[in-house]
Design a protein around this ligand. Structure first.
Ligand code: ATP
Ligand code: MG
Length: 389
């Protein structure tokens, strides 16, 4: 049976004159995700066709491509001639191996010259399948097997088991931003949500060796690798933070420790964002989750940022965030029990309503410029890619 992978994209169809730019970017990103497993890729009639390399695992490739931002569905589609007889013969052939007791046929006609309407075609193919298999019955609401027939330019395409894609916009079509990536549950989700909109992200992670272990750093790199599975590539800047924390601990009031630390994270993120060409910072904060995420604290933190701070989780409950973390595959890694730099010097009674003037007063006890410079001079940059590292 002749087959190829049929990909559909969503939102970029709405783009007017710019649409080809978005499509071309999407195709470039798919090529990079598919690598050698793709032998040919082209677009036609608001779909992308992929011819896999001979011997490639088509199902695996379809799954990989369905995770490229911009793709709403992927399917291994089998090809029939554009006439009822060939279509019914192929449908029956495919249904032989399909698991389930109930089925439904759905048809789409990109070629309106085809002699049957979509509804007629579904009914005719459904009938042919039904007559051929004793164990199958039709269920239009909740079928075990959905068989789709698409009549397109040069052929009819038939597939079972459409894979739902991640959606969003192609990476690289919506500017750049820098993610503050911790080892927790929230920031990987925040990065995913913004990256999904086509924003090219890089990441910065602050670590407090030896107060936090090598394994805590490995955990962050593993989270970055999972994110790279969607964005293709993720640069992570690992910034040593211990000296800064020790200095704050020594020179500033203990209850202000966390908020001052957060501001210094912003100062350093500003520099990394600038180097990356970013126009925004991203954090995983959500209103009221902890003392440093009260509205007053966020206000004081923002004052240190030179870019707009995107907080896509700001109004979400933990449970909602966890649901996304599970879906995108970061949750299991995020809950590994290694400590984060923020937990090392957490004051017992942090201020929950910091006043900016007071915090700025305390910050004067620090040589902020020197601390930033030293941290940046010792920053390690690691690049994670979709295919591993
Ligand atoms: P997360 O689950 O993302 O760690 P959190 O609920 O633990 O978030 P905080 O520890 O207060 O919250 O951190 C708030 C945000 O600050 C994080 O979502 C992340 O964007 C950033 N952040 C915290 N710690 C670090 C770190 N060590 N390196 C980089 N960014 C960090
Ligand atoms: Mg955290």
């Amino acid at each position: 049976m002749n087959s190829l992978i049929l990909l559909k994209y969503g939102e970029i169809i709405l783009k007017g004159l710019n649409r080809p730019l978005f499509e071309d970017k999407l195709i470039a990103n798919l090529k990079s995700a598919g690598g050698d497993d793709i032998s040919k890729i082209w677009k036609a009639q608001a779909a992308i066709y992929v011819e896999p390399r001979e011997g490639a695992d088509e199902e695996e490739l379809a799954l990989r491509l369905s995770r490229v931002f911009g793709i709403v569905s992927a399917a291994v589609a089998y090809i029939a001639e554009k006439n009822l007889e060939s279509i019914c013969a192929l449908a029956k052939e495919l249904m032989k191996d399909a698991e389930g007791k109930t089925f439904k046929v759905e048809s789409k006609r990109a070629d309106k010259k085809f002699p049957h309407t979509s509804q007629e075609l579904s009914a005719l193919v459904g009938e042919a399948v039904f007559e051929n298999f004793d164990h199958l019955s039709v269920d239009l609401k909740n079928p075990d097997i959905l068989l789709t027939v698409e009549i397109r330019d040069f052929a009819a395409y038939i597939y079972l088991n459409k894979i739902q894609g991640v959606g969003g916009m192609p990476t690289g079509t919506n500017g750049r931003a820098t993610l503050l990536l911790s080892g927790g549950i929230d920031s990987p989700v925040a990065g995913y949500v913004i990256a999904k909109r086509g924003v090219l992200i890089n990441a910065v992670h602050f670590y407090s060796y030896p107060y936090t272990s090598e394994r805590a750093k490995d955990k962050v790199l593993e989270l970055a690798r999972i994110l790279a599975g969607y964005c293709g590539r993720l640069e992570v800047n690992i910034v040593p933070f211990t000296d800064i924390q020790l200095e704050i601990n020594q020179k500033c009031p203990p209850e202000q420790m966390t908020i001052i630390m957060r501001r210094i994270m912003m100062y350093i993120a500003n520099k990394i964002a600038k180097k990356h060409g970013s126009s925004a910072l991203i954090t995983g904060e959500s209103v009221g989750q902890v003392a440093s995420q009260t509205i007053e604290s966020l206000f004081v933190t923002d004052d240190a940022a030179e870019y707009p701070v995107f907080r896509p989780l700001i109004g979400m409950d933990k449970e909602e965030i966890v649901t996304v973390a599970r879906r995108i595959g970061t949750f299991e890694t995020s809950i590994l029990p290694y400590e984060d730099c923020c937990t090392v010097f957490t004051p017992r009674h942090p201020v929950t309503k910091p006043r900016l003037e007071k915090i700025l007063e305390s910050e004067k006890f620090l040589d902020v410029e020197a601390l930033i410079k030293q941290a940046l001079d010792n920053t390690e940059t690691i690049i994670l890619t979709r295919s591993g590292n």
